[in-house]
Ligand binder design. Structure first.
Ligand code: GTP
Ligand code: MG
Length: 545
């Protein structure tokens, strides 16, 4: 079977429909193979940041009359885009053509009056619609900002034609939407407004899964506070007799400086950040951060600073995600698989993280023959002058222009790759080898630990240092069992309607009960029997909700 490649023209054709729609969504990612429209990571980020600067967030009643609402806002300037979503009440995200419109709107707003409480003055871009004159009779249509619950997803997957289509359907359901990415960049821009009150040259940018093309609806918002302009100025030697008394006092180390800056910004967010709640300063972590919830956006945010290498990791993942459209479908499927079986978790601990799992998938794809994706060293070799990035002595250079990378010669179907992934890690010699996406080859493990995934940029570090032996064993056992189920599923060409099959079976947690006792379990009868009864119970639960 060959894989349908996504091209600008093909996207508008009906050929291979679902794959292409899913691959083309993903919130303005560069997934178009037309060289003219293939944009770099930096270009996409810049455009999103610019849009966010022109945008406001408005809390409205659920039955707001859209036309009246827009007419009222249009008095302040031309609206280029808007949408509604539900989250602690209905909200509208409204983008104006000109930034002046926001000032005009702000000058026409009243300040809330609250009895027995004092309001701290900080002008934000969050507003509340109070007027009854803009109300209608029906609830305004809202965009979904959360992923489909797993049982509903499995039922949806039943309707697909084959496993490949199921993976693209999963991707389509789970990936961040354009609207959700807009909301994320808006929150980032609102936090920047707070940071620049103290550090006028600061920028705040999303990184991690919001921008790396692997974000799932509901994932956290990782934010990077960058004071680099100040750092750059420190580096420039001037001959004049004066020195600026800078905003930061002398501190013993860069880490202490980061901790102090984040501490101040954390206080500001806590005191002046409208909609920001539950602010926690986690400054003694390996990577100090401020965690908070942006309630109106329904987003959990982690703000860090001095973490430039993570930004490069995000761009690298983005490059891989755009390079071959099978990759995102595979990563989303495997992340979902890992989550339902408790291989990954929202709580930090000895588990494999989404980031580590993604590194494992990339490595596996580099090991296919021919490879599905190139190694990091290959991408470094293609880098131009503009791509040179040395961060804290680490060479983080790789090509940013996707057009310079030759398409893969590998045309294996997605279900085959999925099955092979399970085979590969079910038999991988974790005791001897480490995973390294820079080289795309197994290397001897440099130190004793259950799972060693070499950090692609800080090559002496292990990104999966936290993983203990029992978690690794669970992963291996699950991979073996899944390989077996995949074989069974690939060979079955007829599927009963409304019965879980293909990916559906992989995503049913109870199918894998008793992992580690695989032989014993197999005696209990074929997986399909157990799956059928489980699906029946799922359907009953679904109806009851
Ligand atoms: P989600 O689980 O969807 O949030 O994925 P994520 O990629 O955003 O992961 P997370 O929020 O845990 O971390 C954000 C970013 O920090 C990642 O994308 C990586 O760039 C980086 N990162 C996370 N964990 C590690 C790690 O163990 N080592 C290194 N070097 N970077 C990491
Ligand atoms: Mg994240």
């Amino acid at each position: 079977r060959s894989v349908v490649r996504v091209t600008g023209r093909a996207l508008s054709n009906a050929v291979g429909g679902q794959q292409q729609v899913a691959a083309a969504a993903g919130g303005g990612l560069c997934l178009d193979e037309d060289p003219v429209t293939r944009r770099t990571f930096a270009e996409v980020q810049k455009e999103r940041q610019e849009q966010a600067k022109h945008t406001v967030l408005i809390n409205c009643p659920p039955n707001v009359n859209e036309n009246k609402f827009l007419k009222y806002l249009s008095q302040h300037g031309q609206i280029t885009r808007h949408f509604f979503y539900e989250g602690y009440g209905a909200h509208a995200v409204v983008e104006f053509l000109d930034r002046e419109s926001i000032e005009s709107l702000r000058s026409a707003t009243s300040l809330p009056t609250v009895e027995n409480e004092c309001i701290l003055p900080f002008k934000s871009r969050l507003f509340t619609l109070k007027s009854d004159s803009a109300l209608g009779n029906v609830p305004v249509p809202c965009h979904r900002q959360t992923a489909l619950p797993i049982n509903e997803l499995i039922q949806k997957l039943c309707k697909a034609q084959n496993i490949e289509e199921q993976a693209y359907a999963l991707l389509e359901e789970y990936q961040l939407t354009d609207e959700n990415i807009r909301l994320r960049f808006l929150v980032s821009s609102l936090i920047k407004d707070i940071a620049t009150a103290y550090f006028p040259e600061a920028t705040v940018n999303p990184y991690g899964s919001t921008v790396n093309s692997f974000g799932k609806l509901g994932c956290d918002l990782d934010l990077f506070l960058d004071l680099d302009d100040i750092q750059k100025r420190i580096a420039v030697k001037t001959t004049g007799p004066f020195a600026t008394e800078y905003l930061i006092k002398r501190v013993p180390s860069a880490r202490v400086a980061t901790q102090r800056i984040l501490s101040v910004i954390g206080e500001c967010i806590d005191n002046f950040g409208p909609g920001c709640t539950g602010v926690q300063k986690i400054l003694n972590a390996r990577c100090p951060l401020v965690r908070f919830s942006h309630q109106p956006a329904g987003l959990q945010c982690d703000l860090t600073s001095d973490n430039r290498i993570a930004l490069r990791s995000s761009e690298l993942l983005y490059i891989y995600g755009c390079f071959d459209h099978r990759l995102r479908a595979l990563v989303f499927t495997l992340r979902c698989w890992a989550r339902v079986h408790g291989i990954t978790s929202a709580i930090p601990g000895a588990w494999i993280t989404n980031f580590s799992l993604t590194m494992m998938i990339l490595f596996f794809l580099q090991k296919r023959s021919p490879p599905v994706i190139p190694t990091l060293d290959h991408l470094k070799g293609l880098a131009g002058k503009e791509d040179k990035h040395i961060i804290d002595g680490h060479d983080c250079s790789f090509v940013s222009n996707l057009n310079r990378i030759k398409p893969s010669q590998n045309s294996e179907a997605l279900d085959v790759l999925l099955g092979e992934f399970f085979e590969f890690y079910g038999n991988f010699d974790f005791s001897k080898n480490c995973i390294d996406i820079r080289k795309g080859k197994e290397q001897n493990k440099p130190e004793v630990c259950p799972l060693y995934i070499r950090n692609p940029f800080e090559q002496t570090l292990n990104v999966s240092k936290n993983v203990n032996q029992s978690q690794l064993d669970r992963f291996v056992a699950l991979a073996r069992e899944s390989a077996w189920i995949m074989q069974e599923q690939i060979s079955q060409s007829v599927h009963k309607e409304n019965t879980a099959w293909g990916l559906g079976t992989l995503l049913l947690p109870s199918v894998f009960q008793g992992i580690g006792k695989i032989k014993k379990k197999r005696k209990r009868g074929p997986a399909s029997d157990r799956i059928k009864s489980l699906l029946d119970s799922l359907k009953t639960n679904g109806k009851a909700r």
